[in-house]
Design a protein around this ligand. Structure first.
Ligand code: BG6
Length: 478
């Protein structure tokens, strides 16, 4: 127990994403997304799992929100599937799709749960991919802004917190570098940076429209932030940390918060002929949006260790542990700059993710010093194998220990001067892990389904009651 508490208006929350929970992938006029197609390619996902049914949230959202209310959740972060709103990505609106989210939002509000909406959590209307290559074309910028504007106008007065992009760094890296996400491109580095530039423009222009329409609303992007530690004080390793931060962290966060790319990283990419094309107008838009964003969204899972990586060293391409068999992850890096070996001081999950609670405080302090922005922790959680007993109980004490330690560090960060508005765990119910199937569970609520299917019945895990108490006591029970 500590004597720390969060302020009374702190948003204790939990999060999800449309493709991972909704299912109903062809219902009520929804168009297909890039993920609906991608999961059909053999070998792309764990045991060929898809989100076609997911955990059936589309039909059970009332039951799920009732559980959130019972828990005492203050905010629920979810994403909207673009292809439910605009089945073709643009043009005609699909009213039934809009109504689904309107009902979900109203259900949250009815229970005093603040909806926090992510506009893009990785499912892009396939029609836009077919027409012009999706994020590869600058045409996507206007279509995204149009989609976002429609939602702002429609949900004005109901939704105050908005997140433009979820983990731009992850979906572009896995999409254009490692071929693990759609569009499945391998080592297309030039396009990778250009795609990112388009995503930044879509984000920035959306922020500008938002501020015109909802000046008192709050908007930011959610970044998958992996704070870094130098392996030791050997100067080459220390330098590798600087390079890692510039290319793997500041490349995104600096654009969101400062409206410019980090200079050293840009020079490095220019020399390699990989830098994106940036016009004076783009720079202006970036700056104006950066001046107006309200918070830095952070998805925090793990920290990285940085060590110098020789020119003939490891590459960004390696096996990723998607099975839960510990020790199958491989070291990656950029030859001539850095690599990220395991941290010998920290334990790992079954999927080889390091567990580093104080890294969350470190992340908050870094953001506070560098950007001086309020912070929304939009994701943090533990993927684990859970077992349901014959009495329908789930004793996930490991998840409780994980959250306990992380929230404790977050409260210390606040005590040390960081302004943190919200903490959303990943996730509320169990859901589809994009590449790891249904066996990698994150929720407070167990969903009876596996890779083959199941009843979809919901069961409260021990962590459910534990988080309920945390919320009730404003963190005082930790
Ligand atoms: C984040 C994503 O990367 O981490 C989520 O925003 C994702 O969508 C979560 O599910 C956990 O990752 P994974 O690979 O374990 O599902």
């Amino acid at each position: 127990m500590t004597n720390l508490k969060m302020p009374s208006d702190f948003l204790w929350g939990s999060a999800s994403a449309a493709y991972q929970i909704e299912g109903a992938y062809q219902e009520d006029g929804k168009g297909l997304s890039n993920w609906d197609d991608f999961v059909k390619i053999p070998g792309k996902t764990f045991k060929e799992t898809t989100g076609e049914i997911a955990v059936d949230h589309y039909h059970r959202y009332k039951e799920d929100v009732a559980l959130m209310a019972e828990m005492g959740l203050k905010t629920y972060r979810f994403s909207i599937a673009w292809s439910r709103i605009f089945p073709e990505g643009k043009g005609e609106v699909n009213e039934a799709g809009v109504v689904f989210y309107e009902n979900l939002i109203d259900e949250c509000l009815k229970h005093n749960i603040e909806p926090m909406v992510t506009l893009y959590h990785w499912d892009l209307p396939q029609a836009l991919v077919t027409e012009y290559g999706g994020w590869e074309s600058p045409k996507v910028v206007d279509d995204f802004v149009n989609y976002a504007t429609y939602l702002f106008e429609r949900f004005q007065g109901k939704v105050k917190y908005w997140i433009t992009m979820n983990e731009q760094n992850i979906f572009t890296t896995l999409g254009w570098m490692t071929a693990m996400h759609p569009p499945g491109k391998f080592n297309d580095e030039k396009m990778y940076y250009q795609v990112n530039h388009h995503v930044f423009l879509a984000h920035a222009k959306t922020v500008l429209v938002f501020k015109e329409l909802m000046p008192t609303g709050k908007i930011g992007a959610s970044f998958a932030y992996s704070p870094s530690y130098s392996l030791d004080c050997e100067p080459q390793n220390a330098m590798s940390k600087v390079d890692f931060d510039n290319l793997r962290n500041f490349w995104w966060m600096d654009v969101y918060a400062y409206g410019r790319y980090p200079k050293n990283a840009f020079t490095y990419l220019e020399k390699k002929g990989l830098a994106p094309i940036v016009t004076a107008e783009d720079r202006q838009v970036f700056k104006e949006a950066a001046n107006q964003i309200d918070f830095m969204g952070v998805n925090y899972y793990q920290t990285s260790v940085c060590e110098y990586n020789p020119l003939d060293g490891v590459t960004p391409f390696a096996e990723m542990n998607t099975t839960g068999k510990k020790g199958t992850n491989q070291v990656t890096g950029i030859p001539g700059l850095f690599k990220n070996p395991a941290n010998p001081h920290l334990a790992t999950t079954d999927w080889d993710w390091t567990i580093d609670p104080s890294g969350l405080r470190y992340a908050c302090k870094e953001i506070t010093s560098r950007y001086d922005l309020p912070i929304v922790i939009s994701e943090n959680g533990l993927g684990a194998f859970d077992t349901k007993t014959e009495g329908d109980e789930i004793h996930d004490d490991y998840r409780i220990a994980y959250f306990d330690a992380h929230i404790h560090e977050l409260m210390k960060a606040v005590d040390e001067g960081c302004e943190v508005w919200a903490y959303c765990t990943w996730s509320f119910t169990d859901l589809l892990s994009w590449l790891n199937g249904y066996q990698k569970r994150y929720g407070f609520v167990y969903v009876d389904r596996d890779e083959e299917g199941g009843t979809m019945n919901r069961y409260k895990k021990d962590s459910f009651m534990w988080y309920q108490e945390v919320i009730k006591t404003q963190g005082g029970s930790i």
